[in-house]
Design a protein around this ligand. Structure first.
Ligand code: PLP
Length: 396
């Protein structure tokens, strides 16, 4: 048999981490890596953070899992904290980002169903969006590389170019349920939406009785410099999918909604065996303790400014390779003039530096939010060295 026991859907690289220490990963061969990828925007407290580790250990020894058929003091407490700190009135907990988006899609459809408009089932989505790998979430992206071979996909999605308000408006018809959008496209190339675009979608939703559904799975949870990225746009969504950073590495996601938007989500309409179990809630509470502590967001913004300034200063020294810096908070992207995937591999294999490639030839810089100046210095030095030793392929 040629197939590997681990289903070979990932082009896995040679890094084989067996331990994490703060902002570093250690491979099984003892090699140390500076981790500015954070499990793709997940480990926002870095690796082995004492608050998160202890919370998980203690909860595992107390009560790990019970069915959602029972009352959940742990879930109620964590949901209440999210409600207190966001636009939302209610929360459904999931185990991943895709499940959070699925719940958001179902919430939007049910809203129109119970308010007498069952024909309003189509979400207007955006080109190069990424919402996950379930059948529902790949139906919400126009990217062929994720959809190929999985047809027939789910009906009920339309696609407009990202950041193009007029194109989104032009797609509205009697079947439209709302908009599904990432305030900052992550996989699509670290593209923050413009103020006009997000504010415009909010206004269109209000005007036509539609729902604004945000996917803040990657950009949410303090990564953008505010608790959620939409706060920087002066708008609130009706429904929002959250995951990644919310568990700091523990598999956890959430679908947040207003009371109005969630009015169709009544007994029996949705569920999950694991979603919101006591262990996940303990992890979520521990991460939130750190994120909401006074000064945490200030630290993220301070580190963001320093990292951005250092990158902007370095880029002109390698202007044959790098074009610009973009992004928000500690969700930064370096736009390259050639294949970013190849360069990310070079920095990783030859300079012990972990970053992530994104669409549009962008190197994603997603450090743990607890980085210090010394990590920024080390990062910029290593990135500079990687740029100096990198030989782009001849045809580029
Ligand atoms: N939405 C966005 C914006 C994402 O970046 C991702 C993952 O990268 C997802 C959804 C899917 O999350 P998960 O892989 O946890 O299902």
């Amino acid at each position: 048999m040629a197939i590997t026991p681990l289903m070979p859907v990932y082009p896995r690289c040679g890094v084989r981490p067996v331990r994490g220490e703060g902002c570093y990963l250690i491979g099984e061969d003892g090699q140390r890596y500076l981790d500015f990828a954070s499990g793709i925007a997940v480990n926002l407290l870095g690796h082995g953070h004492p608050v998160l580790t202890k919370a998980i250990q203690d909860q595992a020894a107390t009560l790990m899992h019970v069915s959602n058929l029972y009352g959940s003091p742990q879930g109620e407490a964590f949901a209440q904290r999210l409600v207190d700190n966001t636009f939302a009135d209610t929360v459904f907990f999931t185990n991943s980002g895709a499940e959070a988006v699925e719940c958001a899609i179902k919430t939007a459809r049910r809203y129109h169903f119970v308010t007498g408009n069952p024909q309003r089932h189509t979400l207007i989505c955006f080109k190069n969006a990424f919402h996950g790998r379930t059948l529902g979430t790949i139906s919400a992206t126009d990217q062929d590389k994720m959809r190929g071979g999985f047809e027939p996909l789910l009906p009920g999605f339309a696609y407009a170019p990202f950041d193009d308000l007029a194109a989104a408006e032009a797609l509205i018809d009697e079947t439209t349920a709302g908009f599904l959008v990432e305030p900052v496209q992550g996989e699509g190339g670290l593209r923050p939406a413009s103020q006009e675009f997000l504010k415009g979608l909010r206004a269109l939703a209000d005007k036509h009785g539609l729902l604004l559904v945000l996917d803040e799975v990657q950009c949410g949870y303090a990564r953008s410099g505010t608790f959620f990225a939409h706060e920087q746009y002066g708008i609130t969504p009706d429904v929002m999918a959250v995951a990644k950073g919310i568990g700091g590495g523990f598999p956890l996601g959430a679908c947040l909604a207003t009371e109005k938007a969630a009015q169709g989500m009544v007994f029996g309409t949705h569920g999950s065996t694991y979603g919101g179990n006591p262990l996940a809630m303990a992890a979520g509470q521990a991460v939130l303790d750190v994120v909401l502590a006074p000064g945490f967001l200030d630290h993220v913004n301070d580190m963001s400014q320093r990292l951005r300034a250092a990158l902007e200063q370095m880029i002109p020294n390698h202007d044959h390779l790098f074009e610009s810096v973009r992004g928000l908070g500690l969700m930064l992207g370096v736009k390259m003039k050639s294949d970013s995937r190849r360069f990310v591999g070079h920095a990783r294999d030859h300079h012990g530096l972990l970053t992530v490639s994104a669409g549009d030839n962008v190197v994603r810089v997603l450090p743990p939010l607890v980085i210090e100046q010394a990590h920024i210095d080390e990062f910029v030095t290593k990135l500079s060295e990687a740029a100096r030793t990198y030989v782009p392929p001849a045809d580029e």
